[in-house]
Design a protein around this ligand. Structure first.
Ligand code: ADP
Ligand code: ASP
Ligand code: MG
Length: 408
C-alpha cells in the first residue's frame, strides 16, 4: 500500500460539481489500494475576494486579522470535499492547518512551516479515512493563525508528504503538467515529461507560478517525488526529479519563465566614488525591500548611473526612498518604471553550451526589442524588457530555441 498526498488548486475545486469530480478521483485512488491525504486550496477567486473585502474596510489591514480572514477560504473547501467523499460512501475527515497542527513561524502572510505533528493524520489513515487538510495555513507558537503566501497550498502538500514520508506528492491543477513556458502565453508550449528540481526551482523563482517556490525547495531538500497533473484529464503529468532526462540531453534550454512582478528604479548622474552602491542599497535593505537585479555604469565625466529592480508591491516605498537618496547624493535625476517584465531562459544544458546569450540577444534584437538589463547564472539568463514586449519576446525565444510542439 502506498501513501499519496494530493493537492487540488482553486480552479479544481471552483464549483460544487468540480469538488464532486475531485471526490471521484480521490476515491479511485483509494480503490486502487492507496492511502490518500488531500490538500485543497480555496475555491478559485475566493482568496482575492477576501482580500478585496478587507480593502473595503481599511487600506492597511492588520496582518494577523488578514490571515484570520484568508484562512477561511480553505476551510470552506475542506468541509465541502469531505462531505462529497462521505456522500459517496468514503470515510473522510477534514482538518484546518492549526488542527493538524501545522506549526509555523509568526510571519503573517508569508509564514514558514517549522514542524508538522502528523500523528492525528496517521491515525485517521490507519482507520481507513481519507484525510482532507486545508492548504496555505498553519498556527504559530502563540496559537495565532498564519498563512503561507500566495500559492502556499503547494507547500502544505509537500510539507505533509515529507512529514508522512509519503511515496509521492501530486499537485493537481488546471494544466496537465509543467510546460516549456506558460501555455496561456504561448499556445505552442510543450508539456515536459520531466524537469529537474534545479530547473523547476529556477522556473518558479523567475516567475512560473505553476508551483510555489517554497514547495519546490522543500521537495528538493527532502527528495519527495513531486508530480504536476491535470485535475480534468488523465495523464502522466510532469515528474520533478533529480535525474537529468538523457533523452533531451542536448536541449539547450528547458523552459522560459517570465515575471510581471518586477519594477525598475534608476538614479542618474551621481558622483562615482566608493560607497555609492551601499548609500543607495543600504536604506532599501533597511526598509526590508528585496532587490533583484542591479546594474551600475560609469560615465567618463566621473559620474555613475545606478539601476535596480524590486517587486511591484515594494515599488512605491522604494521610489520614495530613492528620491530622498537622490537629493542627498546630488543625483541628476531619479526615475522609476513599473512597466517592465523579466524574461528568463532556464536549462541545465546551458552549462555546457556557449552562445545561448548571444542567440537570445540576437533574437530579441531582430524584433526590435530593447534589452534594459541582463543577469546570468549557471543555468539561467534573464533580461528586462518593456512590458509591451512580453508576449512577443517569449514567443520568438520559444521558437528560436526550438521549444515548440513536435509536428504531429
Ligand atoms: P492552482 O490554482 O491549481 O494552484 P495555479 O494558477 O497556481 O493553479 O498554477 C497553474 C497555472 O500556472 C496554469 O494555469 C498556467 O497558466 C500557469 N503557468 C505558468 N507557467 C507555467 C508553466 N511553465 N507550465 C505550466 N503552467 C504554467
Ligand atoms: N488560496 C491561496 C491563494 O490563492 C493558496 C493557494 O491557492 O495555494 O494563493
Ligand atoms: Mg497555485
Amino acid at each position: 500500500m502506498t501513501l499519496i498526498v494530493q493537492k487540488y488548486g482553486g480552479t479544481s475545486v471552483g464549483t460544487p460539481e468540480r469538488i464532486g469530480a475531485v471526490a471521484d478521483r480521490v476515491i479511485n485512488y483509494c480503490r486502487r489500494g492507496h492511502q490518500v491525504v488531500v490538500v485543497v486550496s480555496a475555491m478559485s477567486g475566493e482568496t482575492d475576494r477576501l482580500l478585496g473585502l478587507a480593502q473595503q474596510i481599511t487600506a492597511s489591514p492588520d496582518p494577523r486579522e488578514q490571515d484570520m480572514l484568508l484562512a477561511t477560504g480553505e476551510q470552506v473547501t475542506i468541509a465541502l470535499l469531505t462531505m462529497a467523499l462521505q456522500q459517496r460512501g468514503q470515510a473522510a475527515r477534514s482538518y484546518t492547518g492549526p488542527q493538524v497542527p501545522i506549526r509555523t513561524d509568526s510571519a503573517y502572510s508569508k509564514a514558514r512551516i517549522a514542524a508538522i505533528d502528523a500523528d492525528r493524520v496517521r491515525a485517521d489513515l490507519t482507520a481507513g479515512h481519507v484525510v482532507v487538510v486545508a492548504g496555505f495555513q498553519g498556527v504559530d507558537e502563540h496559537g495565532h493563525i498564519t498563512t503561507l503566501g500566495r500559492g502556499g497550498s503547494d507547500t502544505t502538500a509537500v510539507a505533509l508528504a515529507t512529514a508522512l514520508q509519503a511515496d509521492e506528492c501530486q499537485i493537481f491543477t488546471d494544466v496537465d503538467g509543467v510546460y516549456t513556458t506558460d501555455p496561456r502565453v504561448v499556445s505552442e508550449a510543450r508539456r515536459l515529461a520531466r524537469i529537474t528540481f534545479e530547473e523547476m526551482l529556477e522556473m518558479a523563482s523567475l516567475g512560473s507560478k505553476v508551483l510555489q517556490i517554497r514547495a519546490v525547495e522543500f521537495a528538493g531538500k527532502y527528495n519527495i517525488p513531486l508530480r504536476v497533473l491535470s485535475s480534468f484529464t488523465e495523464g502522466e503529468g510532469t515528474l520533478i526529479t533529480y535525474e537529468e532526462d538523457h533523452a533531451v540531453e542536448h536541449a539547450l534550454i528547458t523552459g522560459i519563465a517570465f515575471n510581471r512582478d518586477e519594477t525598475q528604479l534608476t538614479i542618474l548622474g551621481v558622483e562615482d566614488r566608493p560607497g555609492v552602491a551601499s548609500a543607495i542599497l543600504g536604506p532599501i535593505a533597511e526598509a526590508n525591500i528585496d532587490v533583484d537585479m542591479i546594474v551600475q555604469n560609469s560615465a567618463h565625466d566621473g559620474t555613475t548611473d545606478f539601476t535596480f529592480t524590486v517587486q511591484r508591491n515594494d515599488y512605491k516605498a522604494a521610489l520614495e526612498i530613492v528620491r530622498a537618496i537622490g537629493v542627498r547624493l546630488g543625483a541628476r535625476e531619479v526615475k522609476g518604471d513599473d512597466k517592465i517584465v523579466k524574461i528568463s531562459l532556464v536549462g541545465v544544458g546551458m552549462r555546457t553550451h556557449a552562445g545561448i546569450a548571444s542567440r537570445m540577444f540576437a533574437t530579441l534584437a531582430r524584433e526590435g526589442i530593447n534589452i534594459r538589463m541582463i543577469s546570468t547564472s549557471e543555468i539561467k539568463i534573464s533580461v528586462v524588457v518593456d512590458q509591451k514586449y512580453l508576449e512577443l519576446g517569449v514567443r520568438v525565444l520559444h521558437e528560436a530555441f526550438g521549444l515548440e510542439q513536435e509536428a504531429a
